[in-house]
Structure formats: structure tokens, C-alpha cells
Design a protein around this ligand. Sequence first.
Ligand SMILES: [Zn+2]
Length: 190
Amino acid sequence: MATIELGRYELEDLPPVCVQCGAAATEVKVERFTWTPQWAQFTVFLGLLPWFIFVALTQQKATVHLPMCDEHFRRRPLIGQLVWVGVAIGAALIGVGLCIDENLNLPSSMYLSMAGFATLVVTLLVVLFGSDGSVRATHITRSTITLDRVSEEFVDAVQHGFEPSEVAQELADTPPNGMELQTAKYLRRR
Ligand SMILES: [Zn+2]
């Protein structure tokens, strides 16, 4: 895996090489990246309001048209699913805790609500600091975006130019099913 700095002018016209595995890209995933300086993220420990203000003031955004192979285009980021699970469990615990408190007036219901709140906080931290190996932005400025965990092949294609003739040649060398070639290429790279 590699890192690359892209100018904003090139974000919508990247070479057709999968950003994750380097295979020939067949799809384009439009992804909106946001980046906030780490010090601004850590203000979450001062409270939600300062965190919100600092993040709003310092956050940078960039939309990138990421070229991807079929497989990576379809794969959903694991962290996105985990976050929803975390939010659901946290909200359910708080809800149940509050219900028991209302109806039965048990002091122990407070612990349920506290556990729910803790789950939400952990989920928030995972969103802020966690990562699942997919492409992420490590720095965004007004003119550039730095992407981490991209494939070496993608970096190479961006920096040295992508030559469609190479792919055309490979396709010409392989009879008669193009899909088989792509799969074989993908398996070789693993
Ligand atoms: Zn791929």
C-alpha cells in the first residue's frame, strides 16, 4: 500500500487502475473525504460543543472519483457497518434503561443507560480514529488531498501516466474472454 498527493484539478479524472488492488478499474466510486487536524479531533474530550466548533472551523472536504475494480466497488466498508451496529446497541440500551426507570423505578436501570451512553461514545471514537484498511484521506488542503492505503499500481499510473495501449495489448494477447484475463490478473496479484 502506498500514499499519494493529488491536486484538486485531477480528482475527477484519475487513471482507470483500482485504488485498492491495482487491477484494471471498471467502476468509479465517487467518495467524499473529510479531514480535520488531529488536535481539533481531540477537543472531543473537552465536550461536544467545543469539538463541534473546532471541527466546523478546521474541516476540509474533497470529492474524489476513485477508480475501482468490480470487486472493490461492491465491497462495503466494514467500519460503516460497525458504526450502525454501535449506534443501534447504544440507543437500545439507553431506551431500555429509560423505560425500566420510568415504569419500575429500579436504580439498576441507570447502569443500562450508562452502558448505552458508553457504547455511543466508543462508536464516536471509532468513527474519529478507527480505520478498516480502505482508502482514507490523511491530509486535505485547499489545493491538494493526500490519500493513504492506495495501491502501488495506482500511484504509478498517476505519476507516470497510464498507457491504455498496455492494457489493449494484454487484451489482444488473451483470447477470447476479457473477463477471464481480469480475474487471472487479480488472482496473480494476491
Ligand atoms: Zn480492486
